[in-house]
Design a protein around this ligand. Structure first.
Ligand code: GAR
Length: 195
């Protein structure tokens, strides 16, 4: 079965949804959870589930992105991942890392791409008066929040929404979408799915 590395920066709720989906006849299994800070709350959740963890703190590299990414690659190497899932990993990646896992790396982004690349997606969708928001899983390419779309899920934006209430509604969908896309991707199916 395919070995999956999951990269996180925070609480890791998407990581948990991915890990908990990889049971039974699933074509993949979790190999390692890596965080760019020892403070990432998801590390404990991974350890609780018996998953190997690694920390590569970007602050140790003083802005040298290449050195940071080479350290990421070295930390992942012993776990021999076939697939890399970015799950709330809040560092912009350069071709040094992306080329090492080209065609094998997925990201989840909290907007209906191509709308709202980057940060503050929910505030921007509310501000624009959009009727809908959502999340996208896509293949990672060197352009930020670009790359072939593998799946999307939509939610309504309600008149009284704040960025936080909308984020919570979208996150519920993220936890369904990402496992659904990963299962198919691990089987070699790159056709997009729309939940
Ligand atoms: C998720 O909403 C994810 O889509 C977003 O960060 C959150 C992480 O939550 N990712 C990005 O904004 C990527 N630029 P989690 O740690 O609970 O999975």
């Amino acid at each position: 079965s395919k070995r999956v590395a999951i990269l996180i920066s925070g609480g890791g709720s998407n990581m948990v949804s991915l890990v908990d989906s990889m049971t039974g006849d699933h074509p993949a299994r979790p190999a390692v959870v890596l965080a760019n800070s020892a403070d990432a709350g998801g590390l404990q959740k991974a350890a609780d589930r018996g998953i190997a963890t690694e920390v590569v703190d970007h602050r140790d590299f003083k802005g040298d992105r290449e050195a940071f990414e080479k350290a990421l690659i070295s930390a992942l190497e012993p776990h021999d991942p076939d697939i890399v899932c970015l799950a709330g990993f809040m560092r912009i990646l350069t071709p040094v890392f992306i080329d090492a896992f080209r065609g094998r790396m997925l990201n989840i982004h909290p907007s209906l791409l191509p709308k709202y690349r980057g940060l503050h997606t929910h505030a921007r969708a509310i501000e624009a008066g959009d009727a809908e928001a959502g999340c996208t899983v896509h293949e990672v390419t060197p352009e930020l929040d670009d790359g072939p779309i593998l799946g999307q899920a939509r939610v309504p934006i309600r008149p009284d929404d704040t960025p936080d209430t909308l984020a919570a509604r979208v996150l519920t969908q993220e936890h369904k979408l990402y496992p659904a896309v990963l299962r198919r991707f691990a089987q070699g199916d790159r056709n997009p799915i729309y939940l």
